[in-house]
Design a protein around this ligand. Structure first.
Ligand code: NI
Ligand code: MN
Length: 236
């Protein structure tokens, strides 16, 4: 799978021939000003919760890409009110097989599950956005976990009980609103994943961190923390 970082908690995951855009937030982020937003294509847009720094570009990217938005019920209803009909509502604890068949791939189904997050969630106008969540993506060959904004939670231990080995995970490391790197490294242990991409850090003052120290929290536990530059693509 391929991971392209667009800053904050926004990234594109390419898996089983499809492009999944997570938590679209690029145009309000000055650190991501060099990203060519118009060149981004997606088959699915996945939204973890309703906060501005995860949803700001959702409508724009859905219109640009024609992607199906996967999010909780409340976020899907909010999008429908803005004219976005192509949504797939889910909620925490649920999973579903999505047909990833394409030009070169026939009969490929990928499981997308919505996982628990311990975090608040509301829309930019303060209205209710349902529960904050995360996502587990499991193809026949590999699996990826994005926790969303969350505290460290024991619920993470349940994820590898049900799904296959997680090859890579995107976890927040910025502290203040979410886990710090210490807790994120613990989360990597809970979900039994050795390769973590750090997100939700250094975007603004509250979440500025010492990245060398963050990397050490992971290496101390025998795990790898990857911190791609904004615009960089990793082959995982
Ligand atoms: Ni949040
Ligand atoms: Mn956030």
């Amino acid at each position: 799978m391929k991971f392209t970082y667009y800053g904050h908690s926004c990234f594109l995951l390419e898996i089983s021939g499809k492009k999944l855009l997570f938590d679209p937030f690029i145009t309000p982020n000055p650190l991501a000003a060099a990203i060519d937003v118009g060149a981004i294509a997606a088959d699915y847009i996945l939204i973890s919760h309703g906060h501005h720094d995860h949803i700001a570009d959702a409508v724009m990217f859905q219109q640009q890409t024609g992607a199906t938005v996967i999010a909780n019920w409340e976020i899907c209803e909010w999008l429908k009110k803005q004219g976005i009909e192509q949504v797939h509502p889910m909620n925490i604890g649920g999973w579903r097989k999505f047909d990833f068949s394409g030009e070169n791939i026939v009969g490929e189904s990928v499981i997308i599950a919505m996982t628990t997050a311990l975090h608040s969630s509301s829309f930019p106008d303060g209205s209710y956005a349902g529960c904050a969540g995360g996502f587990l993506i499991e193809s026949e060959e590999e699996a990826f976990y994005y926790s969303g904004d969350t505290a460290l939670t024991m619920d993470m231990k349940l994820i590898p009980e049900k799904f296959s080995h997680i090859d890579a995970a995107a976890l927040p490391i910025g502290n203040n609103f979410t886990m710090d790197a210490f807790d994120a490294a613990k989360a990597a242990e809970f979900v039994r994943c050795d390769t973590v991409i750090g997100v939700h850090y250094n975007t603004f003052g509250y979440i500025e961190i010492d990245t060398e120290r963050a990397a050490k929290e992971f290496s101390d536990r025998g795990k790898t923390l990857l911190l791609p530059a904004i615009g960089e693509t990793l082959n995982l």
